[in-house]
Design a protein around this ligand. Sequence first.
Ligand code: DAH
Length: 467
Amino acid sequence: MIRKPFVPSSCALKKRSHSNSPLAMSDEQERWKALIRHMFAQAERNRANHTEGTADDHGPEVGLLASEYGGKAFPKEALEQLLKQMLQRLGNSEGLQGSLSSVLSSLAPNSQLHQLIDSYLREHSMEALIIQAKAELASLQRRQDWEASKARFLGPNGSLRTFMKGLQQLPPDQRPAFGQKINAIKIALESLFSDKLKAIEGDLLRQQLPLPVDITLRPRTSANGCLHPLTQLRHRIDDIFHRMGYTIADGSEIETEWFCFDALNTPPNHPARNEQDTFYLPPDIPVGNVSRREKERYLLRSHTSTVQIRTMLSEHPPLSIVSRGRVFRRDTPDATHSANFHQYEGLRVDRQISFADLKNTLFFFLKELFGDTIRIRLRPSFFPFTEPSFEVDIQSPSMGKLSHQWIEVLGCGMVDPEVFRAVDYDPQAWNGFAFGIGLERIAIFLYGLEDVRHFYRNDQRFLKQFA
Ligand code: DAH
């Protein structure tokens, strides 16, 4: 904002009674006015540019004026009023003080003007510090600005210090009063600064505090977490097999060729063992906790049937186990394929297990999962590790547009005697059945989904439907 230049009231200058003036009254007033306009304009410019004024800003004009009045009687009230108004208007303008100081040096020390300006400077410029500090503090918001400002006023090189230095130059009799004044100003400044610091710190604290509670806001809907839908399904199936007396056997995702294929009666030339179908690991990879039969290659298991072998090697029959987990295939992901998915495997070994046991077990399981209204059928199939082998299909009236279709849900069969031989079980004494279920496949039909990739995208909109 640009203010209009201030012009002192002419009555203040009219009071002047100086008979020897080299200028006529009106000329003199004009000179004063011009000088003051100049000083104010300069001060405003300094303000706008955020620069400090210097003595040179108005020195020549003030000096000129002073030289005309030096040593002569000067209109004291006029000067006083002028200085007061300037001060109110500009605060403690450094430029103004600089100008007056430079005038001082050019005046005879005993001249009236010298005394006048000198005492003005001493009395008012110190008080002006308070006006200036107030103005400066009003616009401060940050702690570091406050510190810089405090240093300018109260620091070792600050304005107040300049006055303290001036104390020594004073005649001894004037020192006590001047000293007291410095002290009073110092106390006033210090309290200004400490009040401001409290305000800054208070603001900072308020910013850090949480917003006050708005009780008119609607409550947030609770965002309960939930288990992944595949985990939920796995737990449901666990529960069903648990009721039939099965226990859970764990295996690792890294396996060896022997456990994944050879022991499961899958010959070396079987397509599942092809490099294109299975993820083989580099030969020198250290896998400390997965035992090998010989020096066969490590791979990522392509099915959970590996756990059948590891369990039969470490436990004696009879046994009823399920094992579940992630398996890996070299598949290109699409709506029905994924390079890794989840299987649920079962194995039962006992002395007189029949095909009827297999059928009953799976029918019970599928009815528990899909409901009593489903129809079930077994189709002959082939797996190297079971003989005979079957695919199990279901048909369910509650499966929407798939209601009239037979849907393949799992593979199963009676354990091949070759598998028992691989783990040193006597195939004459023991028999059993096994089955393998794709969890994603079951989940897709159970939940009516169209794309297996939903399970791996971590999309909240999908997942939270299972909460
Ligand atoms: N391992 C088979 C697969 O990955 C699934 C399977 C079928 C497992 C029949 C079995 C089984 O235990 O008896 O496709």
